[in-house]
Write a protein that binds this ligand. Structure first.
Ligand SMILES: *[C@@H]1O[C@H](CO)[C@@H](O)[C@H](O)[C@H]1NC(C)=O
Ligand SMILES: *[C@@H]1O[C@H](CO)[C@@H](O)[C@H](O)[C@H]1NC(C)=O
Ligand SMILES: *[C@@H]1O[C@H](CO)[C@@H](O)[C@H](O)[C@H]1NC(C)=O
Ligand SMILES: *[C@@H]1O[C@H](CO)[C@@H](O)[C@H](O)[C@H]1NC(C)=O
Length: 444
């Protein structure tokens, strides 16, 4: 098959794959085996910029990497060149600081692309560079086979945005003298298939550090994410409408969720991660403004969460519909975490939000071997009367107060089994319980 034909077929598969996240009946796909060698080897195509090789180095396209010159155009030109090569490597070499403004690396490209990042890439803090109000600093989209690998760093220089108070945020369209009120995500992948991010550091993003939207077969490994605990809304990794995602051996310190799992996600594995400071690992907030949310098959295991407001959390808004099901959290060590185990079906960003009859249904959630210290409640499971949480399991939970005034678990409207000294769940719901007449499960 010719590469353009292959790319076209993969793109069709991708589009079909991401079209309907909530449909239960999908064909099972297998992860493709990557046959790519990381070191560029001889290739039939010749690179018009760098000789007979499939490596495009940003410096050969004019990038200065002095931390002052705007290298955006050179980076875009390098992408354009790499995109048409066979087995291309786009190299961002070590020993440089490349200042680049908002960028789009978009496909489809001729083949898988390796983005080898060894140097440092920094975002501008000059408001003029953000005048187009982009939602992302680096927008990577519509690719089939993209790997980011290396020891390099993406630095969003977010402090310039964090320090702005909400009132000062107002964007001045005249001179562009202040930064836009919507803070960009540092690296965002959209509509891509077979994505891998390894080794790099992403730090000080204005907002979320690494986002995957509508992606399938994603691996994040050996990545470091870092921003201060008090930087607002700086999620580590944010997933939405994405499937078959594995995040492992990754360290995240930030001012919001280390990993945030949103609607349309399924087949998510998170393990061997180190989270903190931050807000822990979260599914949700789901079902805001009456929307439908579907999340299934999530497992988080063999991880460490410290100095965080939450450990493992599921949060849903009143009034939403849909379901969260088949979730497991196991072998998680917590230390100095305000609430290690948290389900909140009354999630609200104001003082109070009205209660409603519908809610995102939460079922089949297992907590096993969650150990360590908490600051406020060891367990907080607040489910609603209309849509209670069912088939929860608490097994071998060993949580001690980090401070003298730890309080008891808070538990309401939840059913399941427990083999643990922490008591929270009621046994199976009586069959005449009115909530049995609802079948929210069918909504996903
Ligand atoms: C990202 O790039 C794609 C492809 O060029 C474009 O369609 C999309 O609008 C961009 N999105 C954002 C949020 O910048
Ligand atoms: C992880 O990344 C670091 C720095 O980027 C590198 O030195 C190390 O070899 C990587 N380890 C693995 C197991 O890939
Ligand atoms: C979720 O896991 C179940 C049980 O292992 C499996 O039958 C189902 O196909 C998975 N669903 C998705 C959407 O991955
Ligand atoms: C909603 O219901 C919960 C649980 O019954 C209750 O604690 C809370 O006060 C209610 N909220 C409002 C705004 O009525």
């Amino acid at each position: 098959m010719s590469p353009p034909m292959k790319a076209f077929i993969m793109f069709v598969i991708l589009v079909l794959g991401v079209r309907n996240k909530c449909s239960a009946s999908r064909a099972i796909r297998k992860r493709p085996i990557l046959g790519r060698s990381l070191i560029a080897s001889a290739s039939k195509s010749s690179n018009p910029y760098g000789g007979n090789s499939n490596v495009v180095d940003v410096t050969t396209l004019g990038a200065k990497g002095d931390g002052v010159t705007d290298d955006t155009q050179a980076f875009q030109a390098a992408w354009k060149a790499a995109c048409v090569l066979d087995s291309a490597t786009l190299h961002i070499p070590a020993g440089y600081r490349f200042l680049v403004g908002p960028l789009t690396f978009s496909g489809p490209c001729n083949s898988n692309i390796l983005l080898k990042v060894d140097g440092t890439v920094i975002a501008p803090i000059n408001p003029k560079a953000w005048a187009s109000k982009p939602l992302n600093w680096i927008n990577i989209s519509k690719l089939n086979g993209i790997t980011i690998l290396g020891r390099g760093t993406f630095d969003g220089q977010g402090a310039a945005w964090w320090k702005l108070s909400q009132s000062y945020y107002k964007y001045s369209s005249k001179g562009g003298s202040t930064l836009p009120s919507v803070r960009p995500t540092a690296l965002r992948f959209y509509g891509s298939y077979d994505v891998s991010v390894q080794g790099i550091t992403i730090q000080n993003s204005p907002q979320c550090h690494l986002k995957f939207d509508s992606c399938t077969f994603v691996t994040v490994a050996n990545v470091t994410i870092s921003s201060p605990a008090n930087s607002p809304n700086t999620d580590g990794i944010h997933l939405q409408n994405s499937e078959d995602v594995e995040i492992h051996h990754t360290s995240m310190a930030c001012g919001d969720d280390c990993v945030s799992i949103q609607t349309g996600c399924s087949g998510i594995r998170v393990h061997n991660i180190n989270c903190g400071p931050g807000h822990g690992i979260s599914i949700g907030g789901l079902g805001k403004d009456g929307t439908k949310a579907c999340v299934s098959n999530v497992s988080v295991y063999d991880s460490n969460i410290h100095d965080a407001s939450n450990g493992v959390r599921i949060k849903t808004w009143q009034g939403g519909i849909g379901q969260v099901k088949r979730v497991s959290f196991s072998n998680i060590q917590v230390s100095n975490v305000r609430v290690p185990i948290d389900i909140d079906q009354f999630y609200c960003d104001k003082k109070s939000c009205p209660n409603q009859t519908s809610g995102v249904y939460i079922s089949d959630v297992t907590y096993e071997k969650i150990t360590g210290t908490y600051v406020q409640n060891p367990v907080y499971i607040a489910c609603s009367e209309n849509v209670p949480c069912t088939n929860l399991k608490l097994i071998n939970i060993q949580l001690q107060p980090a401070v003298a005034n730890g309080v008891d678990p808070f538990c309401s409207n939840n059913y399941g089994e427990q083999q643990s000294s922490v008591e929270c769940l009621q046994p199976r719901r009586p069959l005449n319980d009115p909530s049995h007449t609802q079948s929210p499960a069918e909504q996903c």
